[in-house]
Write a protein that binds this ligand. Structure first.
Ligand SMILES: Cc1ncc(COP(=O)(O)O)c(C=O)c1O
Length: 402
């Protein structure tokens, strides 16, 4: 007998608006090739290749042994909220009240909470194209609408005040920016950030800043950034951060937000209902992430990423591929592959199939410029970077002959 579960008629309509990542299909292909014994070079992976720093792992083990295996407070343990506040003081020289810090299940948990907190059905949230693809989905989950602002290479892949003005409608509620951004690694200057925050506030909108790659900023030469956190520019914004990238804890699923005080009661009610609490063990482990021994490891890794960025970008440019904007942070290069004569998706499929090099097509980050661009992640060591470059050289030579 047929039941309602036999077909997909009960699947919510919003699923029609959620596209699968092309990179997942590419990764499947990469796995299949590896199973056949091929050595695949991975430039598609959006997480550090380093294991979580040992002091954090040990703190996690101690937390388990001590039985910290229960729910915690919905907004995070007081110890971790206070420690994150102290981190802002140490790294950015600013005072943030621990009560304004909300510990979340990754920045992903934070993004869902912000969507629930700030957006009603039909509202629009502005975001750059290209940009982090999941943002559209978080907004769609509360039946609000993502509105993309095209960002251009000759503007440093930055949202401009004009672009914001053109995209703003009566239904717009705010702007969500990444700093540095995925996939471009672009980082707004302090001045640009202030202009955009003022422009959003002048329209009575909310300004959301995703600082998940905040610790991974390299400047021109791998040195320190112009500013540490948008909170040094304005206190009146919603900041997202995470232990995933700079702190190397992707699998622990822990992040945090800093919110204006007036929103704390609302976010507390949402967090209690949606998540009960973030992971207890991860929160205990994360306390160790800010201590000097762990920070030394994170900083060494940041310098290593800066070195890899320079190595990979120089290599790709030598091959005639264009990287119009030098990324200032994260661990990505957004590369214009049109010199290959192929559109970006064909480039990605032929590269994995014929040369066993995996990269992410621009289409995963939006539609603007998507057919020209490919994201390379330098979350892999020198040996693989060099092997990948050699294979891409062979590919470009062979494709130019055919
Ligand atoms: C820009 C950006 N924001 C948020 C996330 C979510 O990260 P997590 O949930 O691991 O903290 C990612 C992950 O890649 C990202 O690139």
């Amino acid at each position: 007998m047929r039941t309602v579960c036999d077909n997909q008629s009960m699947i919510a309509e919003r699923l029609n608006r959620i596209a699968p990542f092309r990179v997942m299909q590419l990764m499947e292909r990469a796995k299949a090739l590896e199973a056949q014994g091929h050595r695949v070079v991975h430039f598609e992976v959006g997480e550090p290749d380093f294991d979580t720093a040992d002091p954090i792992v040990q703190a996690g083990q101690r937390a388990l042994a001590a039985g910290h295996t229960k729910y915690t407070q919905a907004l995070g343990t007081p110890e971790l909220r206070a420690r994150i506040a102290r981190y802002y003081e140490e790294s950015a020289g600013i005072s943030v009240a621990p009560e304004r810090i909300v510990v979340t299940s990754g920045a992903s948990g934070g993004l869902l909470l912000l969507a629930g907190l700030l957006l009603d059905p039909g509202d629009e949230l502005l975001m750059p194209d290209p940009g982090y693809p999941c943002n559209e989905v978080f907004v769609g989950m509360v039946n609000a609408t993502p509105a993309r602002i095209n960002v251009e290479a000759d503007e440093g892949f930055q949202v401009t005040p004009d672009g914001l003005a053109r995209a703003w409608t009566d239904r717009a509620r705010g702007l969500l920016l990444g700093a540095p951004a995925n996939p471009t690694g672009a980082l707004p200057s302090r001045e640009r950030l202030r202009t955009l925050i003022d422009a959003v506030h002048a329209r009575d909108g909310v300004f959301l800043l995703d600082e998940i790659y905040q610790g991974l900023i390299y400047g021109e030469t791998g040195d320190q950034p112009e500013y540490r956190s948008g909170l040094t520019v304005s206190d009146d914004i919603f900041v997202l951060n995470s232990f995933s990238k700079y702190f190397g804890m992707t699998g622990w699923r822990l992040g945090w937000m800093v919110l204006p005080e007036a929103y704390l009661d609302g976010v507390s009610r949402l967090a209690q209902n949606l998540f009960i609490s973030p992971s207890s063990i991860a929160q205990h482990a994360a306390l160790a992430a800010f201590e000097p021994d762990a920070m030394q490891i994170h900083e060494a890794r940041r310098c290593e990423f800066a070195r890899r960025r320079d190595r990979l970008s120089a290599g790709l440019r030598d091959l005639g591929l264009s990287i119009p904007v030098d990324p200032q942070g994260a661990f990505y290069l957004y590369v214009d592959v049109s010199a290959s004569g192929l559109d970006s998706e064909t480039f990605c499929w032929r590269l994995i199939d014929e040369y066993q090099v995996a990269v992410t097509p621009g289409i995963d980050f939006g539609s603007h410029l998507a057919d020209r661009y490919v994201r390379f992640a330098y979350t892999t060591g020198d040996e693989d970077i060099d092997m990948g470059l050699a294979r891409i050289r062979d590919a470009l030579e062979a494709w130019s002959r055919s």
